[in-house]
Write a new protein. Structure first.
Length: 237
């Protein structure tokens, strides 16, 4: 349980960072999407989940950007792009892009709470997109691009709701935060070509002109929280 004083300090920290990192949209790539079905992630499989690891799920618009940023944080074991919060079983990327399935593009994160806390992941979440934009991030428009937190337990729910309330009360944004806070449901892993998209396609136009600059700013803001490999990359940029 987080003390109210700590939550207020966290909200103040986030507000202080707002001028440092301009919000950059994640426009949809023109790459042809695959109709291959996504697959359900078994999030409780002890063979794939490290002992003591916890889950966090966030949607900030285009999941290529979201994945790249959270993957850079020390303590994050994995960040998987996928779809959650909809009604259709095993949706394809093409189906989700219609906005008719109700799913959000999101990233399911497996992390070590001893190295990176949920509060710190929420800091990264609010800093990585515009949480006041309803069903839109830049040029990406539709409910699939909504700002959303899928909580996995009551503690995550309470912290997310409190931070959202504190940020709204602080006047950190010109408009109210519209981030949806909902219980985690079935997470469908996106098609294989979406996974580690930025790492696998750094020279692709969208990656070079949209994701790379945004990731560079993210690394500067969270320089003390990066994995060692990311610190080396950041120092050479």
């Amino acid at each position: 349980m987080f003390k109210q004083s700590n939550l207020k300090r966290l909200a103040a920290w986030l507000m202080a960072l707002l001028p440092i990192m301009p919000l950059v949209s994640c426009g949809q790539s023109k790459q042809q999407s695959s109709d291959r079905k996504s697959k359900v992630m078994n999030t409780n499989n002890p063979a794939t989940t490290p002992a003591g690891a916890e889950k966090a799920t966030f949607g900030t618009g285009c999941f290529w950007c979201t994945e790249a940023m959270f993957e850079s944080l020390d303590g994050v074991y994995d960040a998987v792009s996928g779809y959650e919060g909809g009604t259709k079983t095993n949706p394809t990327y093409k189906e989700v892009c219609t906005g008719n399935t109700g799913h959000a593009e999101c990233v399911e994160i497996t992390y070590d709470p001893k190295k990176v806390t949920y509060a710190e992941l929420l800091q990264a979440f609010f800093r990585s997109h515009d949480p006041t934009s309803l069903n839109r991030q830049g040029a990406d428009v539709g409910t699939q691009y909504r700002s959303v937190i899928f909580y996995h337990n009551d503690a995550q729910k309470q912290l997310a709701e409190t931070i959202k309330k504190e940020l709204n009360a602080s006047g950190a944004y010109d408009k109210p935060i519209v981030t949806e806070i909902s219980p985690a449901s079935t997470f469908y892993e996106a098609e294989a070509y979406h996974q580690s998209y930025f790492a696998n396609n750094p020279e692709q136009g969208y990656c070079s002109f949209v994701i790379a600059p945004k990731l560079d700013k993210f690394r500067k803001v969270f320089k003390d929280k990066l994995k060692n490999s990311e610190k080396v990359t950041s120092s050479h940029e």
